[in-house]
Design a protein around this ligand. Structure first.
Ligand SMILES: [Fe+2]
Ligand SMILES: [Fe+2]
Length: 315
């Protein structure tokens, strides 16, 4: 049996509640929430909750039950509509804070938590009222033909937003939910452990995202071959290089983005050290360019190795 209009809308509610819970968990965890997760959540709230789910109700369910005698003013329908408006007042604030956070402004985190909390509280209580009050009321006034018309309307709103709209956004929700648990980095390793692993590598890493902004570097608290400060995070990589090498940086990034090159390698000698620098394009499992990884190490010790060592040396 195909799903009823209220099953479809309540599934949206349930999926969204899981997303809210994952984001809330990410925002209250011991480490800063992942930028990618916050951006996915922003997309889900804007493109699915507001532009799809709310539209399905506003374009198909609400007008129909109004025609069947549920007043638009002064009752549950009015409350639902005014809560949609409230969510549309909060949403741009939330999205702007997520944008600022994504651009490296960690100082907005407290305000982000607060606005997200308001948004989440509003949505949860709204969903509850729809599930338990408005939808049962709607069912009582609707004929079977009305119910079919709402199902068709829901399908039309989704189709207007592209193929497989619901499946695509449910998959996005699933990604947020799995990522928000703090256990999806690799094989279930927690992010603190993963960060420690990266800081233990005998190479220094820096990562520039697909828009050429510096996002990450390892060994923040160690002595680095090329010292970096947290201030560079969020900056365009072109602004963190001496002017004479910017054309080289741009060439490497352009080659990586175009898929023309899979590594760029340099080595320099510096006061007895042999500094080996490599750049790699970072790609998603689907092959999309995610950014560029810089790997730097002093390879003097490795270059000087001779013969073999098969036994443990003195500790
Ligand atoms: Fe609603
Ligand atoms: Fe709803």
């Amino acid at each position: 049996m195909s799903e009823s209009w209220s099953d479809l809308l309540m599934n949206d509610h349930q999926t969204t509640e899981r997303v809210l819970e994952a984001v809330s968990k990410a925002l209250s965890g011991p480490s800063a929430p992942e930028v990618g997760l916050m951006q996915d959540a922003a997309r889900y709230f804007r493109e699915y909750v507001d532009l799809c789910h709310n539209k399905k109700e506003e374009q198909h369910l609400f007008p129909l039950i109004e025609q069947r005698g549920v007043p638009r003013q002064g009752g549950p329908l009015a409350v639902m509509l005014s809560e949609h408006d409230d969510s549309r007042t909060l949403l741009p604030r939330l999205l702007a804070l997520i944008d600022a956070y994504s651009a490296g402004r960690g100082s907005v985190l407290d305000e982000l938590r607060q606005v997200f909390d308001e948004y989440s509280t509003l949505l949860r209580s709204h969903f509850w009222k729809e599930n338990d009050i408005l939808y049962p009321m709607a069912r009582r006034v609707m004929s079977p033909a009305d119910a079919e018309a709402v199902v068709a309307g829901i399908a039309a709103t989704e189709a207007a937003l592209g193929n497989e709209t619901r499946a695509r956004y449910y998959a996005l929700a699933e990604r947020i939910v799995t990522g928000g648990g703090g256990e999806d980095l690799s094989f279930g390793v927690e992010r603190e452990v993963m960060a420690a692993i990266l800081n233990t590598l005998p190479v220094e890493l820096s990562f520039v995202d697909k828009d050429d902004n510096v996002r990450y570097f390892s060994h923040e608290n160690g002595t680095k071959i090329f010292p970096r400060t947290r201030g560079v995070v969020g900056m365009a990589v072109q602004n963190c290089h001496p002017e004479k090498s910017v054309h080289l940086v741009n060439q490497i990034l352009a080659d990586f983005k175009a898929g023309k090159r899979s590594v760029a390698e340099f080595w320099i000698e510096m006061g007895g050290r042999f500094i080996h620098i490599r750049y790699f394009p970072v790609r998603s499992p689907q092959g999309d360019y995610l950014g560029t990884l810089e790997v730097v190490q002093d390879a003097a010790g490795i270059r000087a190795l001779k013969g073999e060592r098969r036994l443990l040396d003195e500790a």
